[in-house]
Design a protein around this ligand. Structure first.
Ligand code: ADP
Ligand code: ASP
Ligand code: MG
Length: 402
């Protein structure tokens, strides 16, 4: 007998028919003699719809109140799924994030799980109940509801799997596994049987929404084997784990992140300490900076450009504008119609020429690169947003459709 954590995403529980389908997977797992803990997301587009409702009454609501609102979506799903399973004659109970004691920090809207007090959950499992837990939500030290960031139910599932020392954590979604790129945008993308935690973490952090990046980070830390699989077809998915059979594949996937913006600070004095001053101020204000590029300007000046998440753009610009004199800069220029396209693969560290081949594919397609960044297992380029899907396609073709 095993303890299995199963997570179902929003599209997998979108309506009554989908709920019955998911209930079938869960009860089959239970009938096979396993303990089953289930994590669910809000139905369909519920979270987006709730965000729209908030905007109707307040263009910039407090993050605390947003979390009270957004957590509702998952509470609808857990109750409906529990009722569906109840109707099939199985013992079942639904629990919210706070009922299972999922504690987080107080970073409303993007909270991190800090600890987990799981007596209630354990007791329900001991009673042989199928336990349905609301994903995406937790509670902080003030007893306020928090949410874990968009896509965060994956992380709730891995957190429960870790705390319960589950034998398996299955992430059921609307595609049948992790592909070499988003299969909805690149029809020639290939399904991967296996991928390493490190590669999956890069892909998830660089825009492949199939898994929440923190879920992969946590699974790697606690060595929880994840499986990404379809809720609609019963067949094996993709295993995410520490070591995979290294086939000849040097690269594992292409990801696109359209959620970024560029800030260029123009006319900075060309002397030591300027970058330090600027980026420490941004860090103090909790602005996460990604790609940084410094270029030579005119008459002993330099320009520094960097990218941030779109949500952080206004804050970054106001921090810089408020301190233009301190830095000695002339002005700030921004651009938000940009994207980051990345190629990921553990095999690239020992194989020169991967970046060159990627740039060749972009050059042949006449796509201009504005910034480049690399690590041992990825190469990313910043380009115009309008060209990002095409860029992903040509890079994908160059590496995977030989
Ligand atoms: P869920 O609601 O189940 O959490 P998501 O929408 O968050 O589902 O994630 C699944 C989606 O991720 C897929 O529908 C697919 O379009 C997208 N996706 C992006 N990159 C990839 C990839 N490399 N492999 C598989 N799916 C991907
Ligand atoms: N419902 C939340 C969202 O849409 C969490 C999730 O789906 O994982 O982001
Ligand atoms: Mg998701």
């Amino acid at each position: 007998m095993s303890l299995i954590v199963q997570k179902f995403g929003g599209s997998s529980v979108a309506n009554a028919e989908k709920l019955r389908n998911v209930a079938g997977i869960i009860t089959d797992t239970y009938k096979a003699g396993n303990d089953v803990v289930v994590v669910v997301s809000a139905q369909g587009d519920t979270t987006d719809e709730l965000i729209e409702k908030a905007k109707e009454v307040n263009p910039s609501p407090s993050k605390r109140e947003m979390d009270v609102l957004l957590s509702v979506g998952e509470q609808i799903s857990i109750s409906l799924l529990a009722m569906t399973i109840e109707n099939m004659g199985f013992p079942v109970i639904s629990l919210t994030g706070w009922q299972v004691g999922l504690k987080t920090d107080s970073n409303y809207g993007n909270a991190r799980i800090s600890k987990f007090t799981n007596d209630r959950l354990r007791n329900e499992i001991l009673k042989k109940n199928i336990v349905i837990v609301a994903g995406f939500q937790g509670i902080n030290k003030y007893d306020d509801i928090t949410t874990l960031g968009r896509g965060g139910s994956d992380t709730s599932a891995v957190a429960l799997a870790t705390a319960l020392k589950a034998d398996l954590c299955q992430i059921y979604t609307d595609v049948d596994g992790v592909y070499t790129s988003d299969p909805r945008k690149i029809p020639t993308a290939k399904k991967l049987d296996e991928i390493t935690f490190d590669e999956m973490l890069e892909l998830a952090s660089l825009g492949a929404q199939v898994l929440h990046n923190r879920s992969v980070e946590m699974a790697k830390k606690h060595n929880i084997e994840l499986e990404v699989l379809s809720s609609l077809e019963r067949k094996p998915g993709t295993k995410v784990k520490e070591v995979v059979k290294m086939e000849k594949m040097l690269v594992r996937g292409v990801a696109v992140d359209k959620d970024i913006a560029k800030v260029a600070v123009i006319g900075l004095p060309d002397k030591p300490g300027i970058a330090f001053k600027m980026f420490s101020l941004l860090a103090q204000k909790k602005v996460n900076v990604d790609v940084i590029l410094q270029s030579v300007g005119r008459e002993n000046t330099k320009d520094i450009s960097f990218t941030v998440n779109k949500d952080n753009l206004d804050l970054a610009v106001s921090v810089i504008n408020d301190n233009l004199d301190v830095f000695g800069a002339t002005k700030v220029v921004t651009k938000d119609k940009i994207s980051k396209v990345s190629l990921v693969g553990a095999g690239m560290q020992s194989n020169p020429g991967i970046a060159a081949k990627m740039f060749e594919a972009l050059a042949d397609a006449n796509i201009n690169i504005s910034m480049i960044t690399t690590s041992e297992i990825k190469v990313s380029v910043i380009i115009d947003e309008a060209e990002s899907d095409k860029a992903a396609r040509v890079i994908h073709d160059a590496f995977f459709n030989i």
